[in-house]
Structures are given as C-alpha cells and as structure tokens.
Design a binder for this molecule. Structure first.
Ligand code: 13P
Length: 249
C-alpha cells in the first residue's frame, strides 16, 4: 500500500526565529496520523530544523540541491551536504525552479541521478501551465515531463520517488484544480507509469497534489482515490492551517 504524505514547502519564507516558532507550534499541535508529515524550510534553517525535530515524526526535507558532489558552484548545495546534516529527502523540479532558475529536464535528470546515487528520496514536481490546460495539451506536457526526467530510471529506483503534480496555474493563485481535475490527472499519471514500467510501480508510487491546498478544500481533494496527499505552499506557513490539512488526510 502506498504512503500518504502531507508536505509543507516553505519556499523563501521564515527567518531563523520564525522557523523555530513554527516548528515548535507544529510539534505541539501535530495530530495522530497515518500519513508522513514533512517540512521543507530554507537551506540556512535546515540544520536547526533537523535538530529541533530530532524526537519528532516530522521529517525535514530540502527544497533543492545541485547534481555535482562538490566544486565551483557558487551558491549551491550537494546531496552529501544534505545527508551530512540528516536530510534524506529532496524536492526536485519545482515549477519555480524551472521557471525562475532555468532548470531544464536535462538538469533535473542529473539531479535525480545524483540524489539516487546517494540513496536519497526524491519528491519530483511537475505540472502544466495555464496555456497548456487551455489548449488541451496538459496530458502531453505532464507525460513529457515524467518521461524526460524519470523514465530511464531502473525499476528499483521508483521506491525512492514520490511524485507531486502541481499545475502551475494553481500555485499561489488561490485557484485550485478541482478534485475531479486532480483525480483525472493522477489516474493518467498512473496509466503513463504502467505503460513505461508496470502496474505495480504505478500503484505503489505516492502521487501528491499541490496548488492552493487549504484547510477548506484539502479533505475533498485527498478523498480522491489516486491522490495520496499534498504538497502545500502558503497554507503550510501557518501552524493551524497545516495541522488542519494534516487532519484532513
Ligand atoms: P501553494 O500551496 O501556495 O499554492 O503552493 C504550492 C506549491 O508550490 C508547493 O510546492
């Protein structure tokens, strides 16, 4: 049975003190849940978060990493460095990395390979833009994003992959994909993986939905059979809201 996951992507938000405060609120309010709960603070707050959550079930994950082991890559962080401080999961391919930092499918493929080489777990993000959906091209775009970055992987590597479908038009816009749109795309993703690999892999990979998930819409989205949880941006920055979303699963 695949895992259900609720992850908070804090993006470029929260100072050190604010990070500590939010983590302690989350720890105190965390409900009993079968789902895995994860948070992704900024780089400078990762180590502090790992230390603060040492005895918690909340996992600290990274928002990004470089594909090289080390070297002359000013401003970057490697898989080794993340693992050295106890971070074992990394988000790769977020639409903001693709759009604002020029991360292409080829770069993402290298990042995926580097994370797997280090036995890390990957939360791989992808999703179509508004024009793609309007023109009915959203299934092709998503299939291509998966194919370019992931479909040359060995079957065993899929045990370390979590997928996060995040339609770009729903990120930070307040506009959510309807539960039916999310279910339709998630089912398509499983179908695509079945074709590329097999049904077992397709059924075992967790597929999260991301894009304006809030306490008010989480339960309905999570109730869909192919939606295994959420990758939450804005609402994960407020302890009560993130906790309410965790309760919804
Ligand atoms: P919002 O929940 O703020 O729309 O962000 C979603 C997201 O990009 C998570 O990675």
């Amino acid at each position: 049975m695949r895992n259900q996951i609720v992850a908070g992507n804090w993006k470029m938000n929260k100072t050190h003190a604010e990070t500590e405060k939010l983590l302690s609120e989350l720890s105190a309010k965390l409900p009993n849940t079968h789902a895995e709960v994860m948070v992704a603070p900024t780089y400078v707050n990762l180590l502090g978060a790992v230390q603060e959550l040492e005895s918690s079930t909340i996992e600290v994950i990274a928002q990004n990493m470089h594909f090289a082991k080390n070297g002359a890559y000013t401003g970057e962080i490697s898989a080794d460095m993340l693992q050295d401080i106890g971070v074992e999961t990394v988000i790769i391919g977020h639409s903001e990395r693709r759009a604002y930092f020029g991360e292409t499918d080829a770069i993402l493929k290298k990042k995926v390979a580097a994370a797997l080489e280090n036995n890390m777990r990957i939360m791989f993000c992808f999703g179509e833009e508004l024009e793609d959906r309007k023109s009915g091209n959203h299934f092709n775009i998503v299939e291509n994003q998966l194919k370019e970055a992931l479909f040359e992987l060995e079957a065993e590597s899929w045990q370390r992959i979590v997928l996060a479908y995040e339609p770009v038009w729903a990120i930070g816009t307040g506009e959510t994909a309807s539960p039916e749109q999310a279910q339709e795309m998630h089912a398509f993703i499983r179908e695509t993986i079945t074709k590329a690999y097999n049904e077992t892999i397709a059924n075992e990979v967790s597929i999260l939905y991301g894009g304006s998930v809030k306490p008010g819409n989480a339960a309905e989205i999570f109730s869909k059979p192919d939606v295994d949880g959420g990758l939450i941006g804005g609402a994960s920055l407020v302890a009560e809201d993130f906790v309410a979303i965790i309760r919804a699963i």
